[in-house]
Design a protein around this ligand. Sequence first.
Ligand code: MGD
Ligand code: MGD
Ligand code: SF4
Ligand code: MO
Length: 682
Amino acid sequence: MGTTKILKTTCPRDCYDSCGMTVLVEDGTVRRVRGDAEHGVSRGHLCGKCALAYNGAWIDPQQRLLQPLKRCGRKGAAEFVAVTWEEALSDIAGRLVSICSSGRPELILHTHYTGTCSLIAGNFPIRFFRRLGATEVDPDTICNKAGHEALRYVLGESLTGFDPRTAKDTSCVLVWGANPSTSAPHLDQYWLSETPGCRIVVDPVGHQTARKADLFLQLRPGTDAILAFSMMHVAQAAGLIADEFIARSVLGWEMIREDVMRMDPEHGAQLTGVPAALIREAALIYATGPSLLWIGQGMQRQLNGGNAVRSIATLCAVTGNIGMPGTGLLYVNGPGTRGIDMDYLTAAHLSAKQPPPISQMDLVDRLSDCESSNALVCWNNNILASNPAQEKLRKALAREDLFHIVIDLFQTDTADYADYVLPAASFLEFDDVLLPYFENSVSPVVKASEPLGCSLPNQEIFRKLAEHMGFEDVELAETDSAMIENILRQVGWKDDFRSLAAQGTFYPSADPMIAFEEGVFPTPSGRIEIASLTAVRDGYPLTPMPIGDVPPQGGRIRVLSPGGEFSMNSSHSNDPRVLRRMGPPLVRLNAFEAARRELTEGQAVLLHNESGELALTVCISDVVPPGVALIYKGRWPKLDKGGANVNVLNPGLKSDLGDGNAVHSVEAYLRPLTQTRPGKIQ
Ligand SMILES: Nc1nc2c(c(=O)[nH]1)N[C@H]1C(S)=C(S)[C@@H](COP(=O)(O)OP(=O)(O)OC[C@H]3O[C@@H](n4cnc5c(=O)[nH]c(N)nc54)[C@H](O)[C@@H]3O)O[C@H]1N2
Ligand SMILES: Nc1nc2c(c(=O)[nH]1)N[C@H]1C(S)=C(S)[C@@H](COP(=O)(O)OP(=O)(O)OC[C@H]3O[C@@H](n4cnc5c(=O)[nH]c(N)nc54)[C@H](O)[C@@H]3O)O[C@H]1N2
Ligand code: SF4
Ligand SMILES: [Mo]
């Protein structure tokens, strides 16, 4: 008789929702992955992309990497022979030891990010690289670094957001530059719809959340700071500035007062494209409060993204929408809100010799220079799909003298360039713990089956590699069960992992936490710092400024490339059914913009700039404003005809703060594509 069981687990993608799931396992094989009806956020459903991919590519031995592979052709040719773990790890350890013994371990780079976001799979490998003295490519620089830096200046930190459970006490939610309808589909469907009061959205794109909102402020890309100043102007004129709170807890309001005074809504409207009456209405509702502010990660991927986030956080502060029930801002809720010690997880004390991290924006230059890099380990990350300067990166990865290891579940574009490809086990194949970054909860990731083929969890790969390197540190041998026990102790779970696995998600704090309730902030002054000397010391302006981008000139168009409904960064874009749902690569254009450029629905076009070119099909859409080309991120370059995705157009623009990704500031030329002979782009 075969055995059948149903387990609870959690989706560990880089997604606000962190959906609870159930897994039907028959005779040790995963048969069906579904939403968990008892899970408070997702209530029994997975998003369309995970419902397909977790029941497709992720459990399909035909599509997964099953054995370590060693390169036998030229770089990029994807020619490999299968080898044993012993052979792969001995050779890799030998190469890494030899680099280290030359005294320059910093020439080994490692890059990682959103593959599996659970605590052990996402952090244990960092212990290894700290011990090694390798250079870390700062993961947040590809995603949300400018916002983190901005909030560090204003609030002293960026990782304590509002507790979503405090929404019951609010009268307004302002969603600024996030697209919950796509990037947090269940929070959008339930949490946001059930939140009392007014829903306001600020975004250049009229996505589903914007359409459902009470007020939609469709601003020109990169003009957020101006809009925030204009809203402060309205609040000031209406007597809605929180003077007492400012006197107690805010520094620098008087220094931006003049800028606020001159940014009346009419002036704001001219610069942002949002009608003055709408700016007024939104500002009055938000400032009256109590209001919640959801600061999206997409909006700060701009040349002035850091300044924008400083300005928006300032609006929150001066209207007193912080520190009380129903108020606060949320960027991400970090591990600290649940008591997790990241230094423990990453063994920070092993990093005595660690070189400074570099930005993902600088990775390509480092890799192009054999003097400053000779090895790359890429884990939890698909840089040839997600990073900028795709063409240049491809050339750098083709360097024969670069020792390159990729750890992944699938044979990605990046893996095609590796010397060794190591097969990672999926989150369905080991136990772990996940901290959602919207809710202040803790969720189990539960082993449902043995790893497919010879694949191994990230943490096990690095335990074995450490052993082959002769590292004897106990931190590099710590078992999953010991780590899970420590994690559960830190979050205050009184029982063992099995009981958490049986229950599913739990909230360490029974009541909603009120962020910054004491009115004290971890800035040097202990107050909210509109004026930040720390920023000045780092070479940035003292205060945020009402500056914004001018519309593209000379026939160029602004390219926005956020996530789409069927993309999960690039993580599901190889699944055949997901790929079908994604359809062909499209550029979405406003009808006015298309007419102006004499383009029609279904027409083949070329977007091109100094960085590269991309062939696309025109899709006319009233979601997009004039002047903008909307292209969803996350396609696998090698699965499209031109062998590229939208990141071929990003030269590696950096945001104003933190050397973060400014991909939404990319501009390109757009022209009809004429086909002279098959496959040749003219
Ligand atoms: N044009 C454009 N580009 C962007 C963005 C944008 O808005 N526009 N957004 C940026 C953002 S926000 C981010 S976060 C980055 C994301 O960039 P990445 O973090 O590179 O995300 P993915 O492309 O999904 O790559 C993750 C890889 O990890 C693999 N993986 C999954 N689970 C595991 C595991 O357990 N172990 C290992 N070893 N591998 C695993 C997956 O198969 C996948 O190949 O992309 C950025 N790129
Ligand atoms: N389906 C799906 N979900 C995802 C992902 C995915 O790839 N696909 N990626 C995950 C990851 S890694 C992340 S970081 C999160 C991010 O999720 P969000 O925080 O929602 O951010 P994005 O979806 O990147 O972009 C949000 C919005 O920013 C807008 N935007 C662009 N420029 C500007 C601007 O100048 N001003 C304003 N106000 N808005 C602007 C875009 O139009 C977009 O609607 O989503 C996660 N969830
Ligand atoms: S990607 Fe997000 S919405 Fe989709 S199943 Fe995972 S957590 Fe849920
Ligand atoms: Mo991200």
